[in-house]
Ligand binder design. Structure first.
Ligand code: GUN
Length: 295
């Protein structure tokens, strides 16, 4: 292996320690940060994510309230719950785990959460602030997790060509906005490639920094990477694996074994971007509590 490993576990532990310290400070002022998490239905992956988020809250001294609604929950019940959490002064952050079941309109959910409590940074007001480079809103968890991984690994995107593979609202689009920001730790030349791109590989092969966020197992191969490039893998894909007791294994969007021989630095899956996403969620929850309670 020639690439160095960008260790999301170690870097997220550092961020989490800082967050725990901030929680301590707020508690001295009588402010106890609290995150409400809503899970609708029984999607196994969503159940695992929600469990991890609630557990991390407890570790860092953040209060959490978990609301589980059935797979056939009525939209009016979901929106009534969001409304009551919006109005509850003891709840500072609200997160609805996506994807919701089909009868629940994802966009309506995003719009219903008060922007001040939108710790995912999905609300149009917060997405607008992000695009404008305003820092008084929230930063989206997974994209900010990627930026922090780069920063903590002393990889400065300034002047580099960053290619983001994927244009989702949760990762690709906001990450492109963060990378191109005229700011320290950003300032990259950004290309976004996606399922409609012609000759995608030509762009990727030209990149100094590649960020894979397409949800296709091991899509990025060693032959697509410029020698010495930095590769960040946002993917979390379950693939069948008869040799595993669970019958599946988790792989990223990057073929790790091939790319590690070509890249200068690479994130593993698991243990790369994943723990950073939750660390940023915790940080946003504390920021929300501060903004709402410290006058
Ligand atoms: N589903 C997959 N990623 C996310 C995320 O970052 N936030 C929420 N709420 N749901 C998700």
């Amino acid at each position: 292996m020639s690439a160095s490993l960008i260790d999301g576990k170690t870097i997220s532990a550092k961020v989490n320690q800082e967050t725990a310290n901030m929680v301590e400070e707020l508690k001295k002022q009588g402010i106890h940060p609290c995150l409400a998490v809503i899970l609708i239905g029984e999607d196994p992956a969503s159940q695992i994510y929600v469990r991890s988020k609630v557990a991390r809250c407890a570790e860092l001294g953040i209060l959490s309230r978990k609301h589980v609604l059935p797979q056939d929950a009525r939209p009016e019940d979901v929106f009534a719950l969001i409304d009551s959490l919006n109005k509850d002064p003891e709840v500072h952050g609200i997160l609805v785990q996506f994807p919701p079941p089909p009868q629940i309109d994802e966009k309506a959910v995003v719009d219903a959460i008060l922007p001040e409590k939108d710790v995912d940074c999905f609300h149009p007001q917060n997405v607008g602030k992000l695009l404008l480079g305003e820092t008084d809103g929230f930063s989206p968890c997974t994209p900010q997790g990627v930026m922090t991984l780069l920063e903590e690994s002393n990889i400065d995107p300034s002047g580099k060509h960053a290619v983001v593979i994927g244009r989702s609202n949760i990762v690709g689009k906001p990450l492109a906005a963060l990378l191109m920001q005229k700011a320290k730790g950003a300032n990259a030349t950004v290309t976004v490639v996606h399922s409609g791109s012609k000759n995608m590989e030509d762009f990727v092969r030209n990149a100094d920094i590649v960020i894979a966020a397409i949800g296709k197992p091991e899509f990025v191969r060693g032959s697509m990477i410029k020698p010495g490039a930095v590769v960040v893998d946002v993917g979390i894909n379950r693939v069948q694996d008869a040799s595993s007791p669970k019958g599946y294994k988790v792989v990223g969007d990057v073929c790790f074994d091939e790319v590690k021989e070509v890249a200068s630095a690479i994130t593993p899956v698991p243990g790369g971007v994943g723990p950073m996403t939750i660390a940023m969620l915790m940080r946003n929850t504390v920021k929300a509590a501060k903004l709402q309670c410290v006058k």
